[in-house]
Design a protein around this ligand. Sequence first.
Ligand code: ZN
Length: 143
Amino acid sequence: MQTKYYEPTFVIGGRLPKGADLLESLSDICIKQEVTVGTVMVIGAVNRAVFSYYDQATKSYIDHPPIEEGMEIVSATGNISLKNGVPFVHMHVIYSGADGKCVGGHLISGARVFSCEYFITLMKGLRLERVFDEETGLHLWKE
Ligand code: ZN
């Protein structure tokens, strides 16, 4: 595995509107801002929480049933690279409910924002391109 070096160059920050789709909104921002390499940090709340789990045995994502109630986004972090030449946001999320218990996994489309604050850090360095990896069944960064 070759280590690559990146230099943070710029940070975009903001708030997503109530009702927005968490992942789709962040993806739209990255495409619009032409972010090819970067990181994403999010905190906030949703009133519809979704996520999935990657089953390594079957090499497929299993979507958890949506949680249709107010949940905190305790933390959601991710990265931005290129997939098929287009900025692609890969995020993982931890939600907590009224009981303080956490659930989480791979963020998928469909999480509905109640409030959300984000920072996207753009980085300078070698481009990261996702390609299909036969061994894991995932689109991983090309060596
Ligand atoms: Zn993931």
